[in-house]
Design a protein around this ligand. Structure first.
Ligand SMILES: [Zn+2]
Ligand SMILES: [Zn+2]
Length: 356
């Protein structure tokens, strides 16, 4: 794997010290691409995430590997930051082409297992009940009921996703000869999201600039905040606090203070602690704003979502994105309740929440 050979393919970047990034397109998505990272080890190259399961994305990945001086058949292993299809989508195909192992945190492996085996009908019923409990209007529930009745929901995304062969154990150095890569559990965006800390000295930045490099997946991004919703699990009624998990995981990344962050979207960046401070401030502000809304009058999660600030006015938000927005509103409500700043109004159905 020679360095400097990466110029042939658009966007492929040699980060030095045996690390490359390949932008693999996500079809029809404003995010544009997933930055799949390639890490050289003494046992062969390892991928960090693989990209969206689509023929064109696959072609770009294969061409990108060639530009880095290797090939898909040489891949030794795949480390998956989290189970989302823009990260784990092509993992199965990489394994088929190379015999590579696939590793993932147990909590996200559990999501993959559940998605592969669960009946689509079970998922639709769960979603319908959940949205109804959040105060969704009948017009939002009707398409779900119709899909359930017609059996049209058979092809759910994620049902083809590969089961991992290995578990990524948080805190442990990964078994990668010649490298010091440590897994850090950063739940929030998903229950089993991990960041991977390359503890070796940064190949070009001066010492004192920070500690190594961080493959941050979707956890820490330079210009956008990841979606934080609920950990949707039809089989588990545990009241989790994903936003609280996320904020805790963020603080942890600030303490780690990597010299450079290599995220899975957008671009590499320095100044991780400052970026974390900005994100914490953003979320504190957002929580305060929501609490102020709940102080005006009690609201259901749906009504709260309607009043939150999104990238466009609520009436223009497409159907599927509204479902995601409500999940995000609920994650914020959970946090406010946990902080003792909001509570459910007793005896309301669907439950409304008020500021305390
Ligand atoms: Zn994601
Ligand atoms: Zn992503």
């Amino acid at each position: 794997m020679g360095s400097g050979t990466a110029q042939g393919t658009a966007g492929v970047r040699d980060h030095g010290g045996g690390v490359w990034s390949i932008p693999v397109p996500i079809p029809d998505n404003p995010l544009g691409h997933t930055l799949v990272h390639l890490l050289d080890t003494d046992r062969g190259p390892v991928l960090i995430d693989t990209g969206w399961d689509d023929p064109e994305s696959w072609e770009v990945l294969v061409a990108g590997l060639a530009a880095c001086g290797t090939g898909i058949a040489d891949i030794h292993g795949v480390l998956v930051t989290h189970h989302h299809p823009d990260h784990h989508g092509l993992s199965g195909q990489v394994r088929e082409a190379s015999g590579a192992w696939i590793a993932m945190h147990a909590a996200d492996a559990q999501v993959v297992r559940r998605t592969r085996t669960s009946e689509p009908g079970v998922w639709i019923d769960y979603l319908t009940a959940k949205l109804a409990a959040a105060g969704a209007p009948e017009e939002h529930l009707a398409p779900l009921r119709a899909a359930r009745a017609s059996g049209a929901a058979r092809a759910l995304p994620g049902t083809r996703h590969a089961l991992p062969d290995r578990e990524i154990e948080p805190g442990a150095l990964l078994d990668l000869p010649g490298r010091r890569l440590r897994a850090i559990w950063t739940p929030g965006h998903t229950p089993g999201h991990v960041c991977l800390h390359l503890e070796e000295r940064h190949p070009s930045l001066p010492e004192g600039q920070g500690n190594g490099r961080l493959f941050s997946g979707d956890h820490l991004l330079p210009e956008i905040t990841p979606h934080i919703g609920l950990y949707e699990d039809p089989e588990d009624a545990t009241v989790t606090d994903p936003l609280g998990d996320y904020l805790d995981s963020l603080e942890r990344m600030a303490r780690l203070a990597p010299a450079e962050v290599l995220p899975a979207h957008q671009h590499a960046f320095t100044g991780a602690p400052a970026r974390v401070r900005d994100l914490l401030a953003h979320h504190a502000e957002r929580l305060a704003g929501l609490r102020a809304l709940l102080a005006q009058r009690p609201l259901t999660p749906w009504e709260l979502a309607e009043r939150m600030e999104w990238n466009r006015p609520w009436p223009q938000i497409p159907y599927g994105s509204r479902t995601i927005a409500v999940s995000e509103a609920e994650a914020h409500l959970r946090r406010l309740v946990k902080l003792g700043q909001a509570e459910a109004v007793p005896g309301t159905d669907p439950a409304t929440y008020q500021a305390v």
